[in-house]
Design a binder for this molecule. Structure first.
Ligand code: C5P
Length: 240
């Protein structure tokens, strides 16, 4: 996959027009846009169809976590919207992931759509080792937990996981060369860190084996988003 095709732009806005304006500014060129909880909750599912209709791929980042039947139904609905990727929490368990894949596949076949890539969330990067053990009661160390959940996702038939830059290498070693690794929390050296800690540059994360990089404010908040996107892609190509 080329550097340009690996970058997913996070549309973290609360209005349809703001989202579509950013899509227009970055099209053609940008392959992927991410619709997260804020945009989806504010303007509704139709935004996914609207962005997909421009020819871009849409990653619906709603991190589903519920009983298998409910998540599978949500996955099928997201598939029918024409999403190219969506995610679920691995901690929902193997059966939840398996049923989601199955129902999404049926929905895609029935409507003649492509099956979206289904990605697992292992441990949220906002979670510390102390919270994982002390509050949630997970006995395993963070890295062991991330590895175990990534393997469970692979066994259940998912395409990959969301991972912080620091987890890329261990997941790549554990889950093989074809597993997708979608990495947020990246910052070019020339951009503000905002609220992201322990960042890595997109070029470094790409070189370590991330297949997709989620980038928001360094591009959407730049005075010229297209120029910022070009610069990031050029840096990734240089280091590849
Ligand atoms: O603007 P920024 O580049 O920080 O946006 C990153 C995007 O990735 C946001 O949509 C955020 O919700 C998401 N994300 C993240 N860190 C995670 C998981 C998701 O920043 N661990």
């Amino acid at each position: 996959m080329s550097a340009a095709e690996s970058v997913i732009i996070a549309l973290d806005v609360d209005a349809r027009e703001k989202a579509l304006e950013m899509v227009r500014k970055l099209s053609p060129g940008v392959s992927w846009f991410k619709v997260g909880m804020e945009l989806f909750s504010a303007v509704g599912p139709e935004i996914v169809r609207e962005i997909a209709a421009t020819g871009a791929k849409v990653f619906v980042d709603l991190k589903f976590h519920d009983i298998p039947n409910t998540v599978a139904g949500a996955g099928a609905a997201i598939t029918r919207l024409g999403a190219a990727m969506f995610n679920v929490h691995c901690s929902g368990g193997r059966e939840m992931m398996r049923q989601t894949l199955e129902r999404s596949r049926e929905a895609a076949l029935k409507d003649g759509l492509e099956l979206p890539r289904i990605i697992g969330v292992t441990v949220l990067t906002s979670m510390s080792q102390e919270v994982l053990k002390g509050e949630i009661g997970v006995g395993r160390d963070m890295t062991e937990q991330v590895k175990a959940l990534a393997l469970l996702a692979r066994e259940a038939g998912l395409d990959g996981v969301v991972a912080s830059p620091r987890e890329i290498e261990v997941i790549r070693a554990e889950c093989g060369p074809d597993f997708l690794i979608v990495t947020p929390g990246v910052r070019p050296s020339w951009s503000a860190r905002d609220d992201q800690h322990r960042v890595m540059t997109p070029a470094e994360a790409y070189r370590l084996g991330a297949t997709h990089l989620v980038v928001g404010r360094p591009i959407t908040g730049a005075p010229d988003p297209r120029e910022a996107w070009n610069k990031i892609v050029a840096e990734m190509e240089e280091k590849a």
